[in-house]
Design a protein around this ligand. Sequence first.
Ligand SMILES: Cc1cc2nc3c(=O)[nH]c(=O)nc-3n(C[C@H](O)[C@H](O)[C@H](O)COP(=O)(O)O)c2cc1C
Ligand code: SF4
Ligand code: SF4
Length: 263
Amino acid sequence: MILMEINQVIAAYFSPTYSTRDIVLTISSEIQHSPKQIDLSIYDNRETSYSFSSHELVVLGVPVYGGRVPADAAKRIHNLHGNNTPIILVAVYGNREFEDTLIELKDIVVSNGFIPVAAAAPVAQHSIIHSIAAGRPNAQDIQQARDFSKKVQDKLKKTVVLTQQDCIQLPGNQPYKKYGVIPLHPKAGHNCIQCGKCASNCPVHAIPQDHPDQTNTEQCISCMRCIVVCPKHARGLNPIVKAATANKLKKVCSQPKENLWIL
Ligand SMILES: Cc1cc2nc3c(=O)[nH]c(=O)nc-3n(C[C@H](O)[C@H](O)[C@H](O)COP(=O)(O)O)c2cc1C
Ligand code: SF4
Ligand code: SF4
């Protein structure tokens, strides 16, 4: 009997505020020290095409936006091509719900030649309202991610040849939930030194490089990366709008939610 052999692990993620990246790396590093990384949040990677063999394992992560895969992430994931390639799907959510994100992610990758062998919906700090799920993933969450990774390895070690029959079942509905998140566009304040870091890091280039105090609201996906990367803490949301969002979210996010690990 020849068991399935994995030669390379690839950590691929769309992760504006880095929590998805960190969780994907925790899972992948447990399988292979220093996995190859593909950062789909980088604007210049948006049209790059990647192909994988059946001897590679991809760990793919996205944050949950309105219970869905962020639209720009979905477009970029369409450029990942598998050849019966095993894939672990990760939908990181901010303690509200992940709804149809995993099933949408699965549909995209299956149509592109991947075989989902495991999936997870771990909780991380909410990237808009940081007081929600603050400090998560915590030590316990990280340990759970490592244990999950070990179980996936055991599962793959027992596998001889992977076929679409091995594809896991995932929660969620089709047709997917309609995306209904109210857009929130950060703006620069007086502290801005025009360094351009927010502009070069914006996943969709919604901030003009020559006018980083402005935001193209048509392009902005409300991902909050510009706030996180600004060295002067100059970017932020309108405080009234932010307070209203916090009130609304706290009503549905106050109780700590569980991570979901599916094998
Ligand atoms: C536009 C937007 C929509 C979001 N929608 C949801 C949601 O529907 N459910 C949820 O639990 N968290 C939601 N979140 C929170 C993120 O999924 C969560 O904070 C995630 O960890 C962010 O990942 P990142 O750090 O890789 O950007 C949303 C965040 C943003 C920016
Ligand atoms: S990163 Fe901050 S300081 Fe630099 S241009 Fe953007 S808003 Fe201004
Ligand atoms: S301008 Fe919008 S899309 Fe760009 S980093 Fe800021 S929040 Fe994200």
